[in-house]
Each structure stands twice: as C-alpha cells, then as structure tokens.
Design a protein around this ligand. Structure first.
Ligand code: ATP
Ligand code: MG
Length: 151
C-alpha cells in the first residue's frame, strides 16, 4: 500500500508531518529518502511537532543522531555523512531502532540492510521550487495512513 501526496510549501509539508505523526507508534522506524533539499528535515520537523517535541528540530551534523523527548522518545538520525555501517555499530544503532521510541532516519537507504523487516519508507521528490511529492510506503500503511489524502 502506498500513499502519494503533493505539498505546495514547506508549511504544507510540516502539516503533513503532523498528520503522519498521529499514526506513528512506539517502535516505528521511518526511513526518509530523497535528494538534497527534497524536504526530509522539514517533514521530520512536522512529525516531531506532531509527536509533541518542543523546541528546535534540526539535523544532527557532527553526530549521527539527535534525541528529542515528545510523547515518546524521538531518534532523529541523518546518515548523509555516514562512511560505513561500522559507524552505526559504534553508536549502538539498535537502541534507536528497537528502543522505546520512534526512529526517523534521513538517508535511510544507507542503512537498508540494518533496518528491521517492517518499516515505513517515505520518498520525497522535488517537483518544482515549492512543490514536493511525498510517497509513503509501509506494509501497514493501508490501515495506518487512511486520512492522508489531501484536504
Ligand atoms: N513543499 C515543500 N516541502 C518542503 N520543503 C520545501 C517545500 N518547498 C520549498 N521547500 C524548501 O526546500 C528546502 C528543504 O530542505 P530540507 O532541509 O527539509 O531538505 P532535506 O531533504 O532535509 O535536505 P538535506 O538532504 O540537505 O538534509 C527548505 O529550504 C524548504 O524551505
Ligand atoms: Mg535534512
């Protein structure tokens, strides 16, 4: 099952993230895939807002993971600078994927072989300066993301 949504502004992407957050549960892993500037961090800002995270959400740069506290712990990974899977072993990535919170992973394809058997994949594509296509895929998305159709 797959949902495709087109957003017309960063604000719309943030509110989409807030709607996605209502369907997320403890233990979920979300892999975000899309070129530079496609809106991964922006969508995560919305998801975090929806999960009740207060304060500024920005990509981890010198570390691989930022941890926020919302209604559950939120693990924000950004693998752009990842050089090898051993770096993930080094930070104990299992704690984030199989922990008590929700993992949101930018460039998640870089750890594809370490992802759990079931996870949610979100692909973002830049269609125009302010338009983004957001494709949400997950085995259970039919049950869990019914209200995402725009408006
Ligand atoms: N509809 C839209 N949705 C999301 N971002 C948008 C949209 N329209 C314009 N933008 C702009 O595109 C940029 C998206 O940047 P963002 O950091 O979210 O992307 P990213 O995929 O995380 O990039 P990176 O790969 O560098 O981490 C922002 O400057 C944002 O304002
Ligand atoms: Mg980013």
């Amino acid at each position: 099952m797959k949902s495709t949504i087109v957003t017309e502004s960063p604000e719309e992407t943030i509110s989409l993230g807030e709607r996605i957050a209502t369907s997320l549960r403890k233990g979920d892993v979300v892999s975000l895939i899309g070129e530079l500037g496609s809106g991964k961090t922006t969508l995560i800002q919305g998801i975090c807002k929806g999960l009740g995270v207060k304060g500024y959400v920005t990509s981890p740069t010198f570390v691989l993971v930022n941890i926020y506290q919302g209604r559950v712990p939120v693990y924000h990974l950004d693998l752009f600078r990842l050089r090898g899977l051993q770096e993930l072993e080094g930070i104990g990535y299992e704690d984030y994927l199989y922990g008590e919170g929700i993992a949101l992973i930018e460039w998640g394809e870089k750890m594809r072989e370490l992802l759990p058997p079931t996870y949610i994949e979100i692909q973002l594509k830049r269609l125009a300066p302010d338009r983004r296509e957001v494709i949400i895929k997950g085995l259970t998305s039919k049950d869990r993301f019914p209200p995402l159709i725009k408006n």
